[in-house]
Design a protein around this ligand. Structure first.
Ligand code: IPD
Ligand code: CA
Ligand code: CA
Length: 255
């Protein structure tokens, strides 16, 4: 199945690459920060048509509304374009993210970094890979030497869990903080050791499903802000190399 997930992720990526830099029809979803373009929808259609044809008994949960048989043994959780704001504004950082669960547990995940043509993949108990090369989280235990990454939710202007205090607290601790605009790519950069840790509030199953497996199979930790085990429906996500996990929890608790 992993070969199929990689194949369809790359095909969707090619569709996105061909549309990049051209004019887009932009619609707002929940508010004016939350965009969707015709390319998000076209990518989702390509991916879900493939699943329906090749795996008709499998379930589908996809960001732009495609759903099928969500209680099936196998469930494909699809973000057809993660990083839509970057895509729509001409910033070449975005991905396709596809995770597959069996009876509620992720068994395979792929994040395709479209413009760099890099495939991140993982299968349960088989490790994580970047273009076929095994990857692992870094071993940095010093928060002062860490480079962290985060994202901001689309409801940031109304959400009381508004992320500002945490952002300031980590700015004062870390060597640097980045905000790339594609949570799925952020997770992969934790998995391959580029970043030491990631946190964000208000994520969705399609942002998380593939990236969680890729981080965990690379030796990292993926929990809520209290260090508790989570599933893909959890909102507050802390993903780290494992070694600085408790230190990041302590910073958040100190706020
Ligand atoms: C968004 C990106 C972004 C994150 C947002 C996500 P989208 O996904 O992953 O980095 O900060 O929370 O919703 O809307 O581009 O698929
Ligand atoms: Ca997303
Ligand atoms: Ca998306």
């Amino acid at each position: 199945m992993i070969e199929d997930i990689i194949k369809i992720s790359k095909e969707a990526g090619e569709l996105i690459r061909n549309a990049f830099g051209k004019a887009h029809s932009i619609e707002f979803k929940t508010n004016e920060l939350n965009l969707v373009t015709e390319t998000d929808k076209a990518s989702e259609k390509l991916i879900t048509d493939f699943i329906r044809k090749k795996y008709p008994a499998h379930g589908i949960l996809a960001e732009e509304g495609s759903e099928a048989n969500k209680s099936a043994e196998y469930l494909w959780v699809v973000d057809p374009l993660d990083g839509t704001t970057n895509f729509a504004h001409g910033l070449p950082i975005f991905s396709v993210s596809i995770g597959v669960q069996k009876n509620g547990e992720a068994i395979a995940g792929v994040v395709y970094d479209v413009m760099r043509d890099v495939v991140f993949s993982a299968e349960k108990n088989s490790g994580s890979f970047e273009n076929g090369r095994r990857i692992s989280v870094n071993k940095n235990s010093n928060l002062n030497h860490s480079v962290l990454v985060t994202g901001f939710p689309y409801d940031i202007k109304e959400n009381p869990d508004n992320a500002f205090e945490r952002f300031i607290a980590f700015l004062k601790q870390a060597r640097a903080i980045r905000r790339l605009g594609s949570a799925a790519i952020d997770f992969c950069y934790v998995a391959n050791g580029v970043f030491d840790g990631f946190w964000e509030v208000s994520l969705h199953p399609w942002d998380i499903c593939a990236g969680k497996l890729i981080v965990e199979e690379a030796g990292g930790l993926f929990t809520d802000f209290g260090g508790n085990k989570i599933d893909i429906n959890s909102k507050r996500i802390l993903a780290t190399n494992g070694v600085i996990h408790q230190k990041m929890i302590d910073v958040m608790k100190s706020i």
